[in-house]
Ligand binder design. Sequence first.
Ligand code: GAL
Ligand code: MG
Length: 997
Amino acid sequence: MKQRVKKRWEDHTITGIGRREARAAFYEDTSEKISLNGQWKFLYLEAPELSPEGFMNAGTDGWDEIDVPSVWQLRGYDAMHYTDVLYLFPIHPPYVPSQNPTGIYKKNVVLTKEWLANDTVLRFHGVDSAFDVWVNGEYVGYSKVSRLPSEFDITDYVSEGDNDITVRVYKWSDGTYLEDQDMWWLSGIYRDVELINEPKNAIMDCCVNGDLDASYRNGILSMELRTKKEECTGTWQLEKEGVRIAEGVFETKECHAHVKAFVENVQTWTAETPELYTVIVRVDGHEARVRTGFRKIEIKGRNFRVNNKVILLNGINHHDYNPKEGRVVSYEQMKSDVILMKKHNINAVRCSHYPANEYFYDLCDEYGLYVIDEADLECHGFEWVENYEWITDDPEWEASYVDRSVRMVKRDRNHPCIIMWSMGNESSFGCNFRSAAKAIRELDQTRLVHYEGDSEAEVTDVYSTMYTRLKGLQEIAEYKVKGEKPHVMCEYGHSMGNGPGGLKAYQDMYRRHSRLQGGFIWEWYDHGIYTEEEGHTYYKYGGNFEDFPTNGNFCIDGMLMPDRTPSPALLEYKQVISPIEVQKVEGKNNELILTNWYDFLSLSHLYIKWWISGNEETVEEGLINELSAAPGEEQRVIIPYTAFMPQANVDYYLNVSVCYKEATAFAEKGYEISRTQFALPEHMVVLERRPAGDKLTAEEAEGILLIRNGKICVTFHTVFGKMISVEIDGKAYLTDGPQMTVYRPTIDNDMYKKDDWMNKYFIQKSSEQLEWFSYELSDEKAVVTMQKYFGCLNQSWGYVATYEYTVYPCGQVKVHLDAKTVQNGKLEPAFLPRLGVVLRADKSLQNTMWHGRGAGENYEDTLTACPIGVYRSTVDDMGTNYVFPQENGHREAVRWFSVGDGKNSMLCTMEAPYGINLSNYTDEMIEKAQHPWQLEKSGDVTIHIDYRQSGVGSNSCGEEQLEEYKVKRQDFVMTFTLLAVQAGEEINAACKKYHDD
Ligand code: GAL
Ligand code: MG
């Protein structure tokens, strides 16, 4: 009988051939290394079987060159493809497509005689997805698991002089079934490759753990050592900042030695106090250095604790990512990631969904971040065929599952930053996870086991969920569901496009309930691919490479834009999770309550800078240095401000900024970690008479009504019922009058509402019908009134909108809209994106100022990092340049704003705080564009004044806008006044109030 050809890369029972046992990455060691990064000869094939005869021996004439590390899809081979869940081939494990893109890499290395006195080890830090290795034509071995290192002892294959290393990499392998993470499909040698000159009696492994005794003050250092020689003697030392703390000798038997030492009064490691020690081990001429920290992670009572404290994780999910290089990342990039995280008050990272590049853990040890290290394992595509347990619960696959966890633990277990081992992501649950959990515990009992897919927390130490809605979370918090294990939210706050909103509600809940030990935002990066094309620079997402099927811009879901600019969401998160919360004592204006949310630090390393602001003026300011609250405690402070005389019609605020007293490893002295603001009652209303002006006249002809004098000319359309222009001192300011709107360009977080909103309720297709129009002219003013019916295409719900325009001879126009809602049928959207008006201004008016929330974009559920103040910008700079264009640039609580050309400005003062958007793009344009470069500027500035705009929520994956942030169909009234002022006079003019207001 004929049989299917057996292929190595389709055999899930093999976890490797000739690969060495996994071991810890030393922080440093004395063995010489040759980096094999750089140019390699490269031959790209459509299948491994198409390899040229004897390629492992033959020359490379006609081959290409490729740089290592890299992914070949970003070097012009194969094709880019993004899917969230789908495998790109039939689900037929362990088999993969016969068309299996393959890369043969070849490199020559010259080795000296001295080098050959020692052993030679070839180490790959990461190859996607499986590969074979030949040295000088001889077969060395095979390995897989894309995000873990593989080492081969090639001593017997190398010789003095030229040595040829050949690596054949397969895009698809049985391993691919376990690597279905939500990300770009990328292949190749994408992490470092090196040759190690390993002494004949090398330290092979050094597994160090720094534990604490029952007092949580004294350290217990334990070390498992493995040497190449069966029996040998060595020494060890423990140092801190170069000072020797302890030392000893050890002897190995059957290659193993165990060391245990008691270290009095250690400085404990936490993310807040990343105190590191160095262990130096010497055997003959080989010296290895491993960094460690003393800390204890345990479940005690119903919580997990670090050093006996119940901690709260304020985390983020992190992928290895670079917009030009895919999953190739450098130490420098990772360092700036870690610094950026620390600067944004983040204290935890989940390595979603595979072990990160080794550097990352060194940085987390050093700067202080708790890490959930996650095995390279996800088989999400099986969920969609409703046989989610297919391989997860098939014992034949056990070795593959266990291998992924075991090799991760063996590589990373020296890192004090790691507090949990995660067995993978989104792969359902079954026997293979039971085995993996057991294997992890056999290797390491000093950390917790995590896996969200173990939804009953059968074998995990923590109960983990993702995107749990607040209601469900409350039940978890109250121990109403799933036993008693502590809970973490391994993913929430889906940062796709504009959003997430509502993070504060989650943080408050975590802080209120001890079972909830925090969560991890999804995710750090937008995975856009840097593209320069026809003069445009932009970022591609799924579908832009003709990749089908794809999840499109679902990979653009990070708090960092692809160019690493923090999005408004990251600033919001920073404030929400700030370790100090500043509140006012009820009924007092100068007394604050500070809550210390640190787990270990007191507030003594922080100071408060406070100031009272009124518009752009600082009325009083001061510093408070005596902060002392212990972790979890509160402290009251008095802001010693003295009574002051408010200026006419100015609002005053107390601003409280909390800063570091000293420079830290990641931030400069004085760096602000939180900013809170409180409105003060000091206010003085001063009314004045509106300036006089020449008498206004009215002329009406052919549907046009002109109200004017020598100063102002306002044009109305008497048939369409609209103000169509405002000219002051001969300059056109407004080019189209206010008209109601309930629509905003769809944001990703409204993707599940979009169809209803736009194809059923047609909220983008609204119009106003004139019911009646009248005007009245007197010496003091002209009042133009029109009643209109506002509604959307084929809808029974709408508004009776009465607009009243008062034109004053001094050159001002007051707009008053009274909108009463009607419903003559039954259907209507559950809520609306916005309720407000849209106007257009002359395109020369590009300079902007506003008194409201800023400086960045903010919405009702994303405004904690945006205090009220006077801000200056430009129309373009007020926008947020999302990779996938959508509603952006909104500002809440605006009392007035202006748009100007540098000489003159149109000022708009509001009777109540409203929301605004100022943009050079129309809503239709933003809705239509797929990339920023497709946005074409319109002929005028689009101005939205929103009575209210709905929050943004996190519903692309997670909680909707909370009820209080949904704008419901409701009656509303808006009043605002337009006037022209000289540039520089905006603030003064905005502070004037008139008797008839
Ligand atoms: C989760 C998954 C992540 C990502 C996210 C959506 O279900 O674990 O990998 O796909 O959803 O962006
Ligand atoms: Mg997934």
